[in-house]
Design a binder for this molecule. Structure first.
Ligand SMILES: [Zn+2]
Length: 284
């Protein structure tokens, strides 16, 4: 079988699996004319059926089918013998065998609740079975075994099943009614969670510094003419500030190396500190 067709057939069987509960081994009811055509074409129809439904199979027939084949004369004796060797699906007709098509119709009923596939060359029977949702139909066309695509009745039923899955059942409705309070509370908690106000820890420094700088700038603008000299001093101190710290560090490093000059260095450090304090006073 071609890979492309096998893929399609697997997709078809997937529909029957998901929506109608078909499971391996797939139960396939074969009728007399299907066996006869398979024999005429010398087809290994059992293995071909497995390939067609892409899975394990249980091939079965009914007593009515065997009886019909026997009644058709010598031409159908081989088919009758082959059918006799198959698994027999019990049918309600027992001692009063009926037409094979009617027998299969009766076994499937209106819903095909036992998930049978049907392999038949009978056009009328296939036409009838297409109206029942969820019946995979197989036939032979020029020694090629064909699995019919899901019938409109089947696809409509699938849509209905999928739609019903979206509707909450009684149990789910009960849960929804009980939980009507929680949805009202849930958004409140979400509102609380969301940061409406800026994080004070992250914004304090950013907000305070620019304000001071702006205020300083405003003051500078206002007093620009009067206090040009003072402003220059403030700027100089701001620029010099980090330099002083660097000097101190270098001196401290030197302290480690030269212990004898500790006293003089301490004096220098104290002087620097005093100068810094003065600078701070000026800034404020
Ligand atoms: Zn029967």
């Amino acid at each position: 079988m071609r890979l492309k067709r096998q893929k399609t057939y697997k997709k078809y069987m997937g529909v029957y699996q998901h929506s109608f509960g078909f499971r391996e081994p797939y139960q396939i009811i074969v009728d007399g004319n299907f066996i006869k055509v398979a024999q005429n074409s010398r087809l290994d129809y059992k293995s071909m059926l497995q390939e067609t439904v892409v899975g394990k199979t249980r091939i079965m027939t009914t007593n009515c089918v065997i009886n019909e084949l026997r009644s058709l004369g010598e031409d159908f004796m081989g088919a009758a013998l082959a059918a006799k060797r198959l698994e027999k699906r019990r049918c309600p007709h027992g001692g009063n065998p009926v037409n094979a098509a009617d027998c299969i119709k009766e076994i499937l009923g209106d819903t095909n609740q036992f998930n049978y596939c049907v392999a038949t060359q009978d056009l009328n029977l296939r036409d009838y079975l297409r109206r029942i949702p969820g019946v995979p139909l197989i036939y032979i066309n020029r020694s090629v075994m064909i699995l019919e695509p899901p019938s409109p009745a089947t696809t409509n039923k699938v849509k209905e099943i999928e739609y019903n899955k979206t509707i909450p059942n009684n149990y789910e409705n009960a849960i929804i009614k009980n939980n009507t309070d929680t949805p009202e509370e849930a958004p409140k908690s979400k509102k609380r969670k969301g940061p409406k106000q800026p994080n004070p820890l992250s914004c304090k420094k950013k907000k305070v510094n620019p304000n001071n700088q702006q205020q300083q700038k405003k003051k500078i603008n206002e007093d620009e003419k009067k206090e040009e000299e003072e402003v220059a001093e403030v700027e100089n101190t701001e620029v010099e500030k980090p330099k002083k710290k660097r000097r101190r560090r270098t001196k401290k490093k030197k302290n480690n190396n030269v212990e004898a000059n500790n006293d003089t260095n301490n004096e220098i450090n104290q002087k620097n500190e005093n100068e810094e304090e003065e600078d701070n006073d000026e800034e404020e």
